[in-house]
Write a protein that binds this ligand. Structure first.
Ligand code: 3HC
Ligand code: NAI
Length: 692
């Protein structure tokens, strides 16, 4: 065995050379890996005894792509194209031996090999689109030549990982080997190729599939139309489509030029920078400086939930989905029955859509027990309280839990705004108390804010994060403050949105600007969807806000056919002349001189105070890092991924510009716009939000 460099070895087994890459964690195509491939293949070529080469990886996976950390840095070592040419133009067959995931540049390496073998558990994909990129090492030109443009379009724009068996059907993999015996299987395959004197199969030379699609532009126009909603705002899907179009319409080398040009545009653009930021932010968020990975955790085998309302039911489903038994406690039989029936209905609907079988519905429902007695929770390892949002009620519940539930269990609250330190005073074991703030619908929304109270113990935090992962959430650890991280920032935007409609904008103006910015919907459309009467009561209403007036008129949102908007029978929203008049009258009564408000002002007034609040949150240590705030807003509120979250967006705009605008607004409109001390500091020190 010869070491080619620190991460590559070359070994000859009879007439087959085995080139092995070993660059943990994922064998990404860093400079040493590229060098290893380049020089390894070269050496094998020079050895006359070698008739074929197997390219294989150590560790958990085949090459998982280009080294994302290298983007934006000066190029070093041989280019990926040098390494790919070395493989593709080798005079002896090169066979990729795939386990784990062959992703992005990894699959592109495999596509320059003359043959591909894989274990059944392996997966292949071109996930560059998720990083705001396109496969920039020939993937968009080679893939459609094997699988055809339709499947290629699907793969490059979804970034999905395709299982080895499917790859075999599509021709992307030539043979499956026995699980766990990849090396032997690949060597045997190589010997077979040599013995049969099979020709070198170069993907670049295949033409039947792309030629068959030539002169059929509808393949692309229909694909664009069908996915327009999904791709809204993103550059990368469209650029990927253009590359596949080039593969169909141009000779290989010309297609590569198109791919190169579009790749360069994307990789230097802000969208890809934002999406790469999110990739790393999603991995960072699990790392807790003072709760190391080896912190002991509490085994959780039984979950208790109190309250079978909107949240309790959804929360329960998360645990049932992963096979954990759940006991749900209510005060009245009727509420319990209703809650359980809703869970069943949700599961049955999923089964109807083909997501799983009816047996699976019964299996999950079989794990659920309902009770009217809190005593039923005595042996739970984790109890999550989801009763009414009222401090006295919550404290009573916790004090009762303290007397009933076994020691060592986690006592969690799903409160969205109450002070968890105060809730913890109701028990003699405050170290067991934590906030698990699920978002509605709790069985769907990916975000979980794990709220650490003053006395919460580290094992309780570590267990909560681990459980979040188990139930498929992305969890951010945050501190106790009004609204925690997500809703605290939301409050800034909501306040400005309400002010803007009195000062001169209309709800549909504000909504349009925020929708065009990339949010799934604006604040007023959102209120109409959720129901304007959440937290509103006729008795307490004083007509003090536009919302009060609308609710009093029974314009309570989509469910009543009218809210800030008018709705037709298909729930299509139309700007409402009635609401316009209400707003104008209201502003007049308040003595507000309405003025024309520009789209820029709407955007800046809604978004910059959010960034500023994020800075305050960081300054108070209520979030660990600014990228955690981005994770909260992307996963809990639909902040566009291609803008990287509010804090990354702050960096894109420039902290200095955000500060200058906040000061300008403060001078005009007062201290709602008072800059955070950290924002001033970031600007003074020439730093970025992402440095914190
Ligand atoms: N470059 C650099 N680092 C990478 C990386 C990459 N391509 N892929 C993963 N990593 C790092 C992660 O940041 C993480 O680092 P950390 O431990 O310091 O946090 C570590 O590898 C392990 O990653 P995961 O925690 O994600 O491990 P999993 O086992 O859960 O998942 C994986 C493994 C499926 C390979 C997943 O990491 C993944 O999806 N990686 C990205 C794949 C990708 O997007 N490839 C395309 C890159 S762009 C490209 O190839 C351009 C080309 O066309 C020119
Ligand atoms: P809900 O009103 O739909 O459900 C609350 C349920 O708790 C009711 O069914 C009620 O009968 C039951 N309950 C009240 N006191 C109880 C007690 N002592 N023992 C057992 N059951 C009791 O309320 P929802 O929306 O589910 O909210 C629950 C909690 O979740 C609140 O703290 C809320 O702030 C929080 N939350 C709500 C979100 C939402 O969007 N609805 C989002 C995130 C958190």
């Amino acid at each position: 065995m010869t070491a080619i460099n620190d991460v590559t070895t070359l070994e000859t087994v009879g007439e087959v050379a085995v080139l092995t890459l070993n660059s943990p964690p994922v064998n990404a195509l860093s400079a040493p890996v590229r060098e290893g491939i380049n020089n390894g293949i070269k050496q094998a070529m020079e050895n006359d005894a070698v008739k074929a080469i197997v390219l294989i990886c150590e560790g958990k996976t085949f090459i998982a792509g280009a080294d994302i950390t290298e983007f934006g840095k000066a190029p070093a070592g041989p280019s990926l194209f040098d390494a790919l040419n070395m493989i593709e133009f080798a005079s002896k067959p090169v066979i990729a031996a795939i386990h784990g995931t062959a992703l992005g540049g990894g699959l592109e390496v495999a596509l320059t090999c003359h043959y591909r073998v894989a274990v059944p558990s392996a997966k292949c994909g071109l996930p560059e689109v998720n990083l705001g990129l396109l496969p920039g090492a020939g993937g968009t030109q080679r893939l459609p030549r094997i699988v055809g443009p339709e499947k290629a379009l699907e793969m490059v724009t979804s970034g999905s990982h395709v299982g080895a068996k499917k790859c075999l059907e599509m021709g992307l993999v030539d043979e499956l080997t026995e699980e766990g015996k990849l090396r032997d299987g690949a060597i045997a395959f190589a010997k077979k190729i040599v013995a049969e004197k099979r020709p070198l199969k170069r993907v670049r030379d295949l033409s039947d599939k792309v030629e068959a699609a030539r002169g059929k532009p509808e393949i692309f126009s229909e694909f664009r139309k069908a996915n327009a909603r999904k791709f809204r705002g993103f550059l990368a899907p469209e650029y990927n489509i253009q590359c596949i179009e080039a593969a169909v319409n141009l000779p290989f080398d010309e297609g590569i030029k198109v791919e190169q040009k579009l790749f360069r545009e994307l990789v230097t653009g802000t969208q890809s920078a934002a999406q790469r930021h999110v990739f790393f932010a999603e991995r960072q968020v699990w790392k807790l400086p003072d709760v190391p990975a080896d912190t002991p955790t509490i085994p959780v085998n039984k979950v208790g939930i109190i309250g079978a309302g909107t949240m309790g039911g959804g929360i329960a489903m998360n645990f049932l989905n992963v096979g954990l038994p759940v006991t749900i406690v209510e005060t009245k039989q009727e509420a319990l029955d209703r809650g359980i029936a809703t869970i069943r209905k949700n599961y049955e609907n999923s089964a109807k859509k083909g997501r799983f079988s009816m047996e699976e519905v019964e299996k999950r429902m079989g794990l659920l027990t309902g009770s009217l007695e809190m005593e039923a929770l005595a042996d739970s390892d984790l109890v999550i309280e989801a009763v009414f949002e009222n401090m006295d009620v919550k404290k009573q519940v916790f004090s009762k839990l303290d007397a009933i539930v076994k020691q060592g269990a986690i006592l969690a609250t799903n409160t969205s705004a109450l002070n968890i330190d105060e809730i913890a005073t109701a028990v003699k074991r405050p170290e067991a108390v934590i906030g698990l703030h699920f978002f509605s619908p709790a069985n769907v929304m990916r975000l979980l804010e794990v709220v650490r109270a003053d006395k919460t113990s580290k094992p309780v935090i570590a267990t909560s994060m681990q459980l979040a992962k188990k139930i498929g959430k992305i969890a951010a650890l945050v501190g106790v403050c009004p609204g925690f991280v997500g809703n605290r920032i939301l409050a800034q935007r909501q306040r400005e949105a309400q002010k803007l409609i009195l000062e001169g904008a209309m709800p549909w103006d504000v909504d349009r600007v925020l929708y065009d910015f990339g949010l799934p919907m604006g604040p007023f459309a959102m209120s109409d969807l959720a129901g304007l009467d959440i937290g509103w009561s006729k008795e307490k209403s004083q007509g003090a806000t536009i919302r009060d007036v609308l609710c009093e008129m029974d314009r309570r949102g989509q469910k009543t056919g009218a809210g800030f908007y008018d709705y037709d029978e298909n729930r299509n929203a139309k700007p409402s002349p009635v609401v316009e008049k209400i707003i104008l009258d209201f502003a007049q009564k308040k003595g507000i001189n309405r003025r024309k408000i520009s789209d820029d002002e709407i955007l800046e007034r809604c978004i910059y105070p959010m960034i500023n609040e994020g800075a305050k949150i960081l300054e108070e240590g209520k979030a660990i890092r600014s990228s955690d705030i981005d994770i909260v807003w992307i996963n809990g509120y639909g902040f566009p991924v291609y803008r990287g979250g509010p804090m990354f967006y702050g960096d894109t705009v420039g902290a200095d510009k955000v500060l200058a605008k906040m000061k300008e607004f403060q001078a005009q409109m007062g201290d709602d716009f008072k800059p955070a001390a950290l924002l001033e500091k970031i600007v003074a020190e020439g730093k970025k939000f992402s440095d914190f």
